[in-house]
Design a protein around this ligand. Sequence first.
Ligand code: ADP
Length: 269
Amino acid sequence: MTLNGGLMNQIKKILGVKFVVAIASGKGGVGKSTTAVNLAVSLANRGLKVGLLDADIYGPSLPKMMGINQKPEITADKKLIPLVAYGVSCLSIGFLVPEESPAIWRGPMVQSALKQLLHGAAWGLHHDNDLDILFVDMPPGTGDAHLTLAQQVTLSGAVIVSTSQDIALIDARKGLSMFQRVNVPILGLIENMSQFACPQCNHITPIFGHGAVKADAQKFNVPFLGEIPIDLKLRQSGDEGRPITAFEPDGLISGIYSQIAEKVWGQLI
Ligand code: ADP
């Protein structure tokens, strides 16, 4: 029992990585990848050794959002070498497959690609062989990749991103209970695209509703990490491959990401 437990833990630990945190959402398009990228850059900005693994097989967006357009090289002992952008060591499932094909991947292919990215990469290579935290940008929903992740690594926790819209929240709750079932601590919920402040008149419009994610966090007794407004610059910066937290680290939006990132990190250490 002890021997098996010990062996399991060894298999599930990624060499040189202290904490692995999944960024998940019930639905696509709610801002999960945007959140993953900006939380990663926020923690790198304050000197932590950070990695970001894009495991979103349906729409790997890390290469675009981090402005990476090379393929990773391989070490002499055949490990993938992460590419560094804005201080963050990055790998994406998008590096392993042609752009148009990931969505048709089947279970076993997802599992082996994810396994390779988790355990077959030299995650700490650029940081004295040591990462403080590896964020994993999950595909939306609760499919094969989630189970693989739970089986392959000891997750330190999961962060769930949702809009305040009913339909997104219903799916986010499914994600929450899935992580709870496999004993992964929920580090908290984030409400994204919470409100829109008109740049002309400052009138606030809650386009996807407002406040429901916080209410859910209370209802399910998990931390509420914060809310991120709809912001044009944030959208543009993602499309341009220049995360807002990197090029405007002292701005309002970066401040919100930084507070959320501290709340996540604070729960791990
Ligand atoms: P997901 O990973 O959940 O599919 P993305 O992070 O790719 O979602 O975001 C979907 C789109 O919404 C992207 O174009 C992104 O730039 C935009 N977006 C995400 N969050 C915000 C926000 N708070 N304000 C404005 N645009 C946002």
